[in-house]
Design a protein around this ligand. Structure first.
Ligand code: SF4
Length: 88
């Protein structure tokens, strides 16, 4: 079974995960928090977040994060030194 078929958001209003209000407005924050509450209880949060990080810029709440939060996570990961696995 694909992880997407196990997402709790399937039983929610899809609009909840794609806030249309101005970013960082009160309405946007309320809707984002409500969507994140669903993600926190979801059994596939880690896989969903990994997908969204790999996919690049995608709108909406995925894996309990906003696009802005994922952008920051990608920037932090890009600044981290690569692990080569070679013994020094
Ligand atoms: S983590 Fe959130 S967006 Fe991802 S499948 Fe679960 S409920 Fe849906």
């Amino acid at each position: 079974m694909d992880w997407r078929e196990r997402g709790l958001c399937l039983s929610e209003d899809p609009d909840l995960f794609f806030p249309v209000a101005r970013v960082n407005s009160g309405q946007w924050a309320m809707q984002t928090d409500e969507a994140k509450d669903v993600c926190r209880q979801c059994p596939v949060t880690k896989r969903c977040l990994a997908w969204a990080l790999d996919a690049g810029p995608v709108e909406g709440i995925w894996g309990g994060t906003t696009e802005g939060e994922r952008r920051a996570m990608r920037r932090r990961a890009a600044r981290r030194p690569a692990v080569t696995g070679a013994a020094a």
